[in-house]
Design a protein around this ligand. Structure first.
Ligand code: 8LH
Length: 473
């Protein structure tokens, strides 16, 4: 089988037939049942390796009475306890800096990275030379599937410090034989400079968050440049919902005249592109031979049937420094198993990852996702590109308010046009979400834009409750 070994040891000189849409045809197109059998065997290898090298996994599995050799089916694997982010943080607090799930000697660590979160103890990633190469090979393979080819220029327009996303895109581009441009993002004036560099370099591929691609397009237009002039073929996005939300995806494809591919899971799971669309398949394919993904009931951590929704649980099949074995994401998605237009036989997330379960809120009994509100707004002509979602508790029930920008054209058409747009937004949100939202239309450019992942929810409920408690209410 095409370089499917554990521990992995990829041939750095390998390239597929230039006419093949697949990097590894057999691995990508095999009978899924046969793949599942191979995955079960690989899970045993990875578990035995992690048990031998990490007190963390020894403790966890001894307590659960589970041994690698007992895993004979994917259903058996569902008995293995999940790993949470909190456990990783605790392990690193007790065994600094990499935790007792580091499975290689510290002297093998080739790169240190870390989580980009701003609250609480960050998590450190210690990535061995072997894993660094494995990540690069996996990402090159998936980027080949997106249609990128050796010699293409790939422009990484995302923060290059504490964000694993940028590094994965960069090393994948390098392994693919591309001209990799680690441009970055986040410094003052950088977006305008990106416009200049994109016009000069005309990259085939651009990596960013979806929010930042929209921002970049706004700035390009302010600079008098049509984003189509960049000549981009593929925009590949990760980090937040957007790439699989039709109204957002189509808008960005239209602005740039390029194909959008959605990819990305979590920094801990790098190669995070293991959930990624391809040149011909929308949504996200689960490249199960790299990271085995279960979409599971968040209460039982057991797989839900195809067609249903749940939280992704991820298992590295190719990492050896900090392998994640049943790491629960806390995100929500739904999965299907259908024939994919690209011929790959992987399960798929047709609507991508909706967002974190924690980000979901309930308004009068309805579950509402911030990404669903973005989807509605992006689909309406006249929307100015940013919004805020405010959840408050006026009386006994939670209330939803949306502040949405109108665009310059609507502004030019006067107050009646703005009012009509507000009514359309309100009607559409109520139709799609099933709850009424109070909509306030605001001037173009009211809200700051992001260089990274959008943060749009303002939750006033705690404030309201604490005020109430102070009053003795
Ligand atoms: C997504 C998506 C997506 C991530 N659609 N939600 O993607 C690059 C990796 C490195 C990354 O973003 O990792 P990080 O910073 O640990 O964040 C993980 C979370 O980001 C993940 O749990 C999701 O909630 C979100 N996310 N890619 C929707 N394509």
């Amino acid at each position: 089988m095409e370089e499917w070994n554990f521990p992995p040891n990829y041939n750095k000189d390998y390239f597929p037939d230039p006419n093949s849409p697949y990097w590894f045809r057999a691995r990508e197109t095999m009978d899924p049942e046969k793949r599942d059998d191979l995955i079960v065997a690989r899970i045993r290898d990875v578990m035995a390796y992690a048990y031998d090298h990490s007190p963390f996994y020894q403790r966890k599995w001894d307590e659960a009475g589970i041994k690698a050799k007992d895993i004979r089916t994917l259903a058996d694997f569902e008995e293995v306890p999940v790993v949470t982010k909190q456990e990783l943080r605790e392990s690193q607090a007790k065994n600094p800096p990499f935790g007792d799930y580091l499975c290689c000697p510290e002297s093998d660590i080739h790169h240190i990275h870390g989580t980009s979160g701003t609250t609480g103890r960050p998590t450190a990633f210690g990535i061995s030379r072997r894993d660094w190469d494995t990540i690069a090979n996996n990402h090159a393979r998936i980027m080949w599937g997106m249609g990128l080819r050796p010699g293409d220029t790939v422009f990484v327009a995302a923060i290059l410090s504490l964000y694993m996303g940028s590094w994965g895109a960069l090393i994948g581009a390098e392994r693919l034989g591309c001209k990799a441009f680690p441009f970055g993002a986040g410094a003052p004036g950088m977006t305008a400079r990106a416009v200049t560099w994109l016009s000069m370099m005309k990259p085939a591929g651009l990596y960013s968050t979806p929010s930042y691609a929209l921002r970049l397009a706004e700035v390009a237009r302010e600079e008098g440049v049509d984003p189509k002039e960049f000549g981009i073929k593929v925009l590949f996005f990760s980090g937040e919902p957007g790439g699989s939300i039709p109204s957002i995806r189509d808008k960005i494809q239209d602005i740039y005249g390029a194909k959008v591919v959605d990819c990305g899971t979590m920094a801990e799971l790098t190669p995070w592109m293991h959930a990624s669309g391809s040149a011909d398949t929308e949504g996200m394919l689960l490249w199960q031979d790299i990271v085995y993904t279960e979409v599971a009931d968040p209460n039982t951590n057991r797989r839900v049937p195809y067609g249903e929704q749940g939280t992704p649980i991820y298992t590295h099949l190719e990492r050896t420094s900090q392998p994640m074995i049943r790491m629960v994401s806390g995100d929500l998605t739904h999965w299907v198993m259908e024939d994919n237009p690209c011929g790959r036989t992987y399960p798929r997330l047709p609507k991508g990852i909706y967002g974190r379960i924690d980000d979901m809120f309930q308004i009068r009994g309805e579950n509402v996702y911030p990404s669903a509100i973005a989807e509605v707004l992006e689909g309406l002509a006249g929307y100015g590109g940013e919004h805020r979602i405010i959840i408050s508790r006026g009386g006994s029930m939670d209330e939803l308010a949306v502040q949405a920008e109108f665009d310059q054209e609507t502004a030019n058409n006067g107050p009646d046009a703005v009012k009509a747009l507000g009514e359309r937004v309100e009607a559409e949100l109520s139709r799609v979400l099933g709850v009424r939202a109070r909509v306030v239309m605001v001037e173009p450019e009211t809200f700051p834009r992001t260089d990274f992942k959008a943060q749009r929810v303002v939750d006033d409920r705690d404030l309201y409750q604490s005020l109430n408690q102070k009053r003795g209410g």
